[in-house]
Design a protein around this ligand. Sequence first.
Ligand code: GLY
Length: 353
Amino acid sequence: MRKKISRRGFFNQSIGFGLGSLLFKNFSRYKSDPSSQIPLIISSHTNDTGKKAVEKGWEILSGGGSALDAVEKAANVIELDPEGLGVGWGGLPNENGVIQLDASIMDGKTYNAGAVGALENIRTPCSVARVVMEHTDHIFLVGGDALSFAKKWGFKPQELLTEKSREIWLRWKKKLNEQDDWGPPEHLKDRNKKSMSNPDSLPRLSGTTNVLAVDKNGDVAGITTTSGLSFKIPGRVGDSPIIGAGLYVDNAVGAAGATGRGEDVIKSCASHYIVIMMKEGKSPQQACEAACMMIAEKYKNVNIDFLPGENFVAINKKGELGCARMPRKRPARVSLRNQSGYSVYKGSAPFGS
Ligand code: GLY
């Protein structure tokens, strides 16, 4: 069994070895995915909806369709599931009880990208992002103007809150406490200070999804879509619609996406970093683990006990895949659909809990 290593231990042992070599020697179990083949589609959603999503994408890919169409139709399945908290319809709202969605799309074949931020009342934000990408010379539209744009292109405004998401928001409202965002950044909070929080307070959630695909021609595309951090300050935009942060695609290399605490993904440009790591010869698994390491290293002189809750997924042009998450016990997972069928791929959690 693989030996777990603490953050302090990790950094202590790293002295003199070089972080990179230690990381790849100790943590990377997956040199490559043995079932690697193209076409393929993956999603960071591993529940039933994630399965339905990649099966939908597979229908397109197996019929010779494009990676771009496959990721959009697959992501729509997740966005349109009202039971899924964290993406599209039924996502979790901001602190005012309003759902504001973020999404991005990137097409490797045309080296083009589109995104929307803080978009209200449209259940399929990744499709609006695709219209921005394909029908404008811009990349990123936000807020009320993004909604006006969507309406002009025929998207129908609809309620996004479900009874389930409204009820969760009301419960959070009743227990408002210092876990909200009105304070210093998470990594600078005084953790020794006695918490005044209600012990029943709700954990903060972000249920983002990434969908990445390679089609039979070897073209690569990706989407990241989310309702963002639950109960966020209105107007807060996370990493998901930021190209290079929540998503990046390079048709010569592969694609990467992030979920989890968006603030750290933005600061680290993590998806771009993962793609660069793959370009330099790392497998997708190694590249995702390298991103975890890179972020941890940023905090080592600020707050060595802080590890943001991030999850990274990646594929390369050959059809290999990888995923890694930061401080959690369970390894990261992705739903995978290729010619061999549906499976859930288990990656790693390099730091354990
Ligand atoms: N990663 C999603 C968010 O922070 O909004």
